[in-house]
Write a protein that binds this ligand. Structure first.
Ligand SMILES: Nc1ncnc2c1ncn2[C@@H]1O[C@H](COP(=O)(O)OP(=O)(O)OP(=O)(O)O)[C@@H](O)[C@H]1O
Ligand SMILES: [Mg+2]
Length: 450
């Protein structure tokens, strides 16, 4: 008898090492719960981060920065990510690492772009729209003398609100959008009267036939009032978005030669122009600034040029909140022979609020590993958890977390779905932590290449 082998679908879900973090895990008074938001322990740092989040939300952190300091693997990056989660999607958050900045041939350009991506501009705009549920839609075909097939010449569409119904004849630009969006009876749509941009808002709840067994379309309420109305829109752009559109327009106007430019470079002039537009909009009450966060991980990798640039940037009107993390103590400022705390110049340090993280206790390490194992779908026996906790305490938390996946594979090879302590020790035997890899080099010194 023929049989078909059913292979399990390949797991393509990629989880970052911080995917278990959903927030700072604070209560209404801003106190850290022992375990919350995917975070364990590190209470003081989490509570301090909670205060920072509140200050950012109130827009009271301009011209300042935050520095998160602590030994490796104590959750500095994790806390920065939790800050981003707490701020929500409307607050821009840009993350980059010191090494990717100094690795670029144009360090200050990278920094400047990131700073502008981290500055939000909330734009309020009133626009004339027609909005309602589609009760009738008919396309008009047009035969072109140059083209063998009929094309869309326009459409006749009837929209209804709870209070009225109105019909419109629309041209080909709008008709083509309706077609592309697959707009049908029962859909709630909105058309911008000036630009003709069409948006499908969803399917009117309780209207129209059920189309599929599994509906992926959002159900929305049928709008009330008149079909044609003025509506306020609020959008969050970033300064970078505005820079890009200004540069693009400049390139479009600069003629044919621009077609050969490979990249649309944003120039100083474009940025100045963008700032002017934004300032004007703020003065007119049409926009407000939403300072976001620029996070620089492993900030000790930066050099003097970058630090000076950042210090200056913090003074500008349009500065986001700069959050940095480092695990270095007293060390040389890159690009100089000067030693300084965290390898940073004094004038920058003076502007930073510092949060510290401390090493974890065995109990905390056990909880973090438990959460990570759960996140990675690695079933651990109690003894395996103890083995990993011991490794986390003696070597590093990062190393213990990294052993989870290899241990799962090793357990599977002996046909066990559950990871036991033997699997953990086998994984630790196969993969070295940093201390052991350095010892290896020392031991075989004369054989290594230098
Ligand atoms: N308090 C915590 N609760 C839950 N998970 C944590 C906590 N602290 C760290 N982790 C997790 O442990 C791992 C290491 O932490 P993280 O990368 O944040 O350390 P770090 O302080 O940034 O280290 P480094 O100095 O090496 O950059 C990550 O997977 C992180 O998500
Ligand atoms: Mg880190």
């Amino acid at each position: 008898m023929a049989s078909t082998e059913l292979k399990p679908a390949v797991r393509v879900v990629r989880r970052s090492i911080h995917s278990h973090i959903t927030g700072l895990g604070l209560d209404a008074q801003g106190r850290a719960k022992k375990i919350g938001g995917g975070l364990v322990g590190q209470e003081e740092a989490r509570e301090a981060a909670g205060v920072i989040v509140q200050l950012i939300k109130e827009g009271k952190l301009g011209g300042r920065g935050i520095l998160i300091v602590g030994p490796p693997g104590t959750g500095k990056t994790a806390i920065a990510i939790a800050i981003a989660k707490e701020l929500g999607e409307d607050t821009p958050f840009v993350a980059l690492s010191g090494s990717e900045i100094v690795g670029s041939p144009r360090k200050t350009e990278v920094l400047l772009q990131a700073l502008r991506k981290a500055m939000g501009v909330k734009v309020r705009e009133e626009r004339a729209v027609i909005e309602g549920v589609v009760t009738e839609i008919k396309y008009v075909k047009r035969q072109s003398p140059f083209y063998p097939y009929p094309t869309i010449g326009g459409a006749r569409i009837t929209l209804e609100t709870r209070d009225e119904s109105a019909s419109y004849t629309v041209g080909p630009e709008i008709a083509e959008q309706l077609l592309a969006l697959n707009v049908r009876k029962g859909d709630v749509i909105m058309i911008d009267v000036e630009t003709g941009a069409v948006r499908k808002l969803g399917k009117a709840s309780g209207r129209g036939e059920k189309r599929y067994d599994i509906e992926v379309e959002r159900e929305v309420e049928i709008p009330s009032g008149s079909v044609k109305k003025r509506k306020e829109f609020v959008r969050i752009l970033t300064l970078y978005d505005i820079d890009v559109s200004i540069a693009a327009r400049r390139v479009a106007f600069s003629g044919l030669l621009a077609l050969f430019e490979t990249e649309r470079e944003i120039g100083d002039e474009d940025r100045r122009h963008a700032n002017e537009i934004v300032k004007k909009m703020i003065d007119e009450g049409k926009a407000e600034l939403v300072p976001g966060v620029m996070f620089i991980d492993d900030a000790h990798m930066l050099d003097l040029e970058c630090y000076s640039f950042l210090t200056r940037a913090m003074e500008s009107d349009f500065a986001p909140i700069i959050v940095m993390a480092t695990n270095r103590g007293i060390t040389k400022i890159r690009g100089t022979d000067v030693e300084s705390p965290h390898g940073m110049p004094r004038d920058l340090l003076d502007r930073l609020l510092i949060i510290t993280t401390r090493p974890y206790t065995a109990e905390e390490i056990r909880e973090i590993i438990r959460i990570r194992a759960d996140e990675e779908d690695v079933p651990l026996s109690e003894r395996a958890l103890e083995a990993l906790t011991k490794i986390g305490l003696e070597r590093s938390l990062r190393y213990a977390v990294q052993l989870l996946e290899p241990a799962r594979i090793i357990a599977l090879r002996r046909k066990s779905a559950k990871v036991e302590d033997v699997d953990v020790y086998e994984a630790a035997r196969l993969f070295a932590d940093l201390k052991r890899s350095v010892e290896t080099i020392e031991k075989f010194k004369e054989l290594m290449m230098y």
